[in-house]
Write a protein of this length. Sequence first.
Length: 156
Amino acid sequence: MKNPIRFMVHVPVPWVFVLTYLLGAALQSLRPWTISPAAARASVITGGVLFAVGAVIAGWGLMIFHKARTTTVPGESSVKLVTWGPYRFTRNPMYVGLSLAYLGEAALLRQIWPVLLLPVTLAYLNLTVIAVEEAKLQEVFHDQYERYRLRVRRWV
């Protein structure tokens, strides 16, 4: 029998965010949860900023991986340990960026349910995807990865 955790990491992480968001949007349609008009105005500005910052961070992290010619697929062996750019501040800038963009989208659309579901996605990332990624990085880069892991936080 195949390891169910290995199977789960075959779903690309951006799709995990999209699918979670779509579930939240469906719940928002079924059980609307609204915010006050004053909060709605602030929500649009905040949402735009969060979405833009998140997209830039995630895109920057992805661009660096492409320039380094290493994989973005969890569980695959990386050819280079990326520790520059946003990776100086967080070991997972793509996930940080996707999380911020997700929150920004929810704020722009004034949807509460997707925000309430985001912790499920973050738990999945922490317990499944990142665990697989970190084990593979440790296997490939040994002490170099351990030093990086001790110096840079997982999230922020």
